[in-house]
Design a protein around this ligand. Structure first.
Ligand code: CTP
Length: 415
């Protein structure tokens, strides 16, 4: 199951590292949201290392993926341990002061609080009232253990031992009908968990002779941003990279190619088992009819005429040979001219290509290439605009994936 674990600012936070350990050992997916104050006791790196997931604190840390809502929505169960008196008060008031507060408001999952504080604070009428409020709303508040507290004091207020917390959590999950089986996916927190995505990126080079080629200005930034974003959202990602000089994050499979022919072969082979194919690469439309094995020599002052032939339209072939319910996405970098606007050409292309989604951006010699902000519109196979996004290439990548996830849900093709 997916456990959302809120850690608030008390010394007992250190014990909760063992809770994460046990949950992970039992095969569950744990996502930790520490409050800012709790980072004084246990740092973010500990939570990220133990859970294998990012541990974000602020509502505005990862806006493109709407984490403040998504995390709560996707949780099977929520545990807050340790829960301070201050956090219980905030939760009882329904406040959304930070990412954890937002997640609690956005969840329908059972919520378990494991309070830890001094006895006076636990027995204070304000805390007693807050706990009663939370319980009335259906939350489970574990009774603190009695024993040694911070400093010389002792009494009720101690965080129960990690195993007791986990057992209490499992009991609540069982009562609520949450399936306890371990999650089989590696990163099941994302909305694309278990989905396999192939992304082509970069620009092809069509050989002319042993040293020269016909190329284009595509840098691969947008395709790589898509790959990183898809991975972050749980997808299994394969990137077919045409001449891209950029690194890719861990856990993303990479196939490097040069020509359109190599790109076509690699993409089709990966597409045979993929749920989604995104053709973000700038593929050459023409290649030299013949490739010289040696460097072409200048002949006196004669010019050179190259004969070019059309390359295969890989996107069109993918659409034609698509697997059942496979989602196929194309990109169109267009320029306008006297006859029509760039957008009009993109709409025509969307109808001609027949991909589920065509992501259009207007380009020019100084627009659209490299690590610069992007502005895109999505068209469906009828050339009807389905949305738009602009911002960093990572922001655009998330917007494209949102559109894909929506398409996939409406076609019931994923999961
Ligand atoms: N594409 C492809 N194979 C090609 C050319 C392009 O798969 N031989 C894909 C690109 O990866 C992109 C989409 O088709 O997803 C649109 O590419 P673009 O170059 O804009 O379109 P073309 O098919 O080349 O159409 P035109 O020459 O009319 O602009």
């Amino acid at each position: 199951m997916r456990v959302l674990l809120g850690v608030t600012g008390g010394i007992a936070a250190y014990k909760v590292a063992m809770v994460v350990r046990r949950l992970k050992a039992d095969g569950h997916a744990v996502r930790v949201i520490p409050t800012e104050a709790s980072l004084n006791f246990v740092g973010r790196a500990t939570w990220e290392a133990l859970s294998g997931e990012p541990a974000t604190t602020q509502t505005f840390d990862n806006v493109p993926s709407v984490e403040h809502v998504r995390l709560g929505q996707r949780a099977d169960i929520v545990l807050v341990a340790p829960a301070t008196a201050d956090f219980l008060a905030s939760a009882a008031r329904g406040e959304a002061r930070d990412l954890l507060g937002n997640a609690l408001l956005a969840t329908h999952a059972p919520v378990v609080f494991a309070p830890a504080m001094h006895t006076e604070m636990w027995n204070h009428p304000a805390t007693v009232a807050n706990v009663a409020t939370l319980r009335t709303r259906g939350a489970h508040v574990i009774e603190p253990a009695v024993g040694r507290l911070t400093g010389p004091d002792s009494g009720p207020g101690r965080l129960p031992e990690p195993d007791e917390i986990v057992d209490a959590l499992y009991a609540v999950a069982g009562d609520a009908g949450v399936v306890l089986e371990p999650s089989s996916e590696t990163r099941p927190w994302g909305d694309l968990a278990g989905v396999s995505i192939v992304i082509s990126a970069g620009g092809t080079r069509e050989p002319i002779d042993a040293v020269r080629f016909l190329g284009n200005r595509s840098s691969g930034h947008q395709g790589f941003a898509l790959a990183e974003a898809a991975r972050e959202r749980g997808a299994r990602v394969t990137v077919v990279a045409a001449n891209v000089q950029l690194p890719l994050g861990e856990g993303i499979a990479r196939v490097d190619v040069e020509s359109s022919e190599q790109l076509g072969a690699a993409v089709k082979s990966a597409a045979a088992t993929a749920d989604v194919v995104i053709m973000a690469a700038a593929v050459a439309d023409f290649r030299p009819a013949a490739v010289s094995g040696t460097k072409l020599k200048k002949k006196a002052d004669a010019g050179l005429t190259l004969e070019l032939v059309q390359t295969e339209d890989i996107l069109a072939s993918l659409v034609r040979e698509r697997r059942e319910r496979q989602v196929i996405v194309g990109f169109a970098a267009e320029t306008g001219d006297d006859a029509a606007s760039a957008a009009a050409y993109a709409r025509q292309k969307a109808r001609r290509k027949g991909a589920d989604l065509l992501v259009f951006n207007e380009v020019g010699a100084t627009r659209g290439f490299g690590d610069v902000p992007n502005s895109v519109t999505f068209y469906d196979a009828d050339g009807v605009a389905q949305g738009a996004a602009s911002g960093t290439k990572l922001h655009v990548a998330h917007a494209v994936l949102d559109a894909i996830a929506q398409l996939a849900v409406s076609e019931q093709s994923l999961r």
